[in-house]
Design a protein around this ligand. Structure first.
Ligand code: ZN
Ligand code: ZN
Length: 275
């Protein structure tokens, strides 16, 4: 039986002869139902219409995304370490070319995903590379295709390999996670942030939201908590959720400046907007 994939968010669901009645990820207030209604596809159909592109981000870091744009335009990042490769975030399309390329690079030691908008076809990636999928337990309810490959973790941090640490920031999702990569940029460090910390067109700032498409902000304490959790880590570059968003450098300062700006406007008394 097929595992249907929601075309709006890219989430693959448990197998069934018919598509599910609805996609819970899209019905959630952080997403939306398109005016054209709920539509479904399968991995086999997707392989006929899309292909994956590979982008060299920096030595040891390779972006993988689908062309043309599919679902919310997710892109995964392959992090190469001496202990093995880690796939950060995931995309719906997994085709033979992608499998051969990733296997040629040494396969995958582990898969880790920032939040449910990137769960996509994680079970298929796991099976192709015999790698566990690490998800934060606080987002368990959003797993639409349960499988033994999923390893739930708890708490604030989890080390995947030396210098490669998952940090649960919450915010956009309760289990919202970023990945700190200590050796990136010749030792300057990088934050692989998904949209838990969102890269935006202005490279001097990032931002934070509960819902990006529906423009629902996070609370002040939630953003302060993100700042506190990331305080112990050093990073220069912040890699966001998509290919088409520029990354930035001066990462620690960018985050601090952005939190200050966010809180300034969130806590204003309304007078600044009339000046
Ligand atoms: Zn969906
Ligand atoms: Zn998201």
């Amino acid at each position: 039986m097929p595992h249907f994939i929601c075309t709006a968010c890219g989430t693959q669901h448990a197998e069934g002869e018919q598509p599910p009645a609805a996609c819970a990820v899209c019905e959630d207030d952080r997403q939306f139902l398109k005016v054209t209604g709920q539509q479904w596809t399968t991995q086999d159909k997707l392989r006929l219409t899309n292909r994956n592109s590979i982008l060299h981000e920096e030595p040891g870091l390779i972006g993988i995304g689908s062309q043309p744009h599919f679902a919310i335009g997710q892109r995964a990042l392959l992090v190469r370490t001496p202990q093995g490769n880690v796939l950060w975030d995931c995309i719906s399309l997994l085709d033979a070319a992608t499998i051969e390329i990733v296997k040629g690079l040494g396969g995958l030691k582990a898969i880790a995903i920032s939040h449910p908008h990137y769960y996509t076809t994680m079970v298929e990636w796991s099976r192709a590379f015999d790698a566990p999928v690490h998800l934060h337990a606080a987002d368990q309810q959003w797993i639409m295709r349960p499988d033994r490959c999923v390893k739930l973790w708890d708490g604030d941090t989890k080390e995947l390999a030396p210098g490669l640490t998952l940090i649960r920031c919450g915010g956009h999702f309760a289990g919202g996670t970023v990945l700190h990569w200590k050796e990136a940029g010749g030792g300057k460090g990088a934050l692989l942030a998904g949209d838990i910390v969102q890269a935006i067109p202005d490279r001097n700032f990032v931002t934070f939201m509960r819902s990006y498409p529906n423009m629902v902000p996070l609370s002040g304490p939630a953003v302060e908590r993100i700042g506190a959790l990331l305080e112990p880590y050093r990073y220069d570059i912040i890699y966001g959720a998509w290919f088409d968003r520029p990354f930035t450098n001066g990462g620690n300062e960018v985050l601090k400046r952005s939190i200050d700006r966010y809180l300034y406007w969130l806590r204003g008394d309304g007078s600044a907007e009339l000046r």
